[in-house]
Design a protein around this ligand. Structure first.
Ligand code: CIR
Length: 254
């Protein structure tokens, strides 16, 4: 999480039609833009160099750049988002990756959304979900292997969209998890802090340099994170929450 750069994509007006599982109202474009701007400012204030790509009207969910790619230092991995309306986001982000990364690797087959991928200090956890299938997860493990990283397949709980909807790294030893992910078989030696059920929507927190970014409205979670000795900053996420998104989704970081 000692990032120096982040790549974002401005929301398109079509973001109001973003995918969602429940029957949430459409988010308002202006309010999504406000949340996106606050997010970009927070990353900038933490010292990151931010680049914001042009909005893509054809892809309502393209603001969530975390899903079509993964980035590690000098290398990027182009993923294959598992929702049909998002599949084209991979080709759309490829030129931006090729401009910034000397090496862009691809999956041989299958589907993976970046939201299902949690990079921990020791390994890369890949949650099988409605978006990420076993063929994709295995193809990603093969690509990670070429980069000298170990990938491991885990399972995303049935009631959440992405693996990281339910967890986020607080520090090198500690991960915040929803109750369904409170499992040593998933996180190994990482210490698990269980997010209170009524604040489960805050579990997709984002550690950036010395700070954990958290959605507003999760006071117990904030206390739990600060008790780990990490400072927090809260950001509004009510609008992007209407289309099942959280803080990690809106950037690629390296
Ligand atoms: C979707 O359903 O794909 C979007 N509405 C939300 C994506 C959130 N991305 C993420 O959790 N990484």
């Amino acid at each position: 999480y000692d990032f120096t750069h982040a790549l974002l994509r401005a929301p398109a007006r079509s973001v109001t039609q973003g995918l969602r599982d429940g029957d949430h109202d459409d988010p308002a474009y202006d309010d999504v833009l406000t949340e996106h701007t606050a997010y970009a400012e927070a990353l900038r204030a933490l010292g990151l160099t931010i680049e914001i790509l042009e909005p893509l009207e054809a892809f309502p969910d393209s603001i969530f750049v975390e899903d079509p790619a993964l980035v590690f230092g000098e290398s990027a991995i182009l993923l294959n988002p598992g929702a049909s309306t998002r599949a084209g986001e991979a080709a759309a982000i490829l030129p931006a990756l090729e401009q910034r990364f000397p090496q862009v690797l691809r999956l041989a087959e299958g589907f993976v959304d970046g939201g299902d991928v949690l990079v921990t200090p020791g390994e890369v956890l890949i949650g099988l979900s409605a978006r990420t299938d076993r063929a994709g997860a295995e193809a990603l493990i093969a690509v990670l292997d070429r980069l000298g990283r170990k990938g491991r397949i885990v399972v995303t709980p049935a009631n959440v969209l992405h693996f990281k909807t339910g967890c986020g790294l607080i520090d090198e030893e500690t991960v915040a998890v929803v109750a369904e992910l409170d499992d040593a078989a998933i996180f190994g030696s990482l210490r698990r802090i269980v997010v209170p059920a009524e604040e489960a929507a805050g579990a997709n927190l984002l550690r950036v340099r010395d700070t954990v970014l958290l959605g507003t409205g999760f006071p117990q979670l904030r206390d739990l994170v600060e008790a780990c000795g990490v400072s927090t900053r809260t950001l509004p996420i009510a609008e992007i929450g209407k289309i099942d998104a959280g803080l990690s989704c809106m950037s690629l970081r390296w």
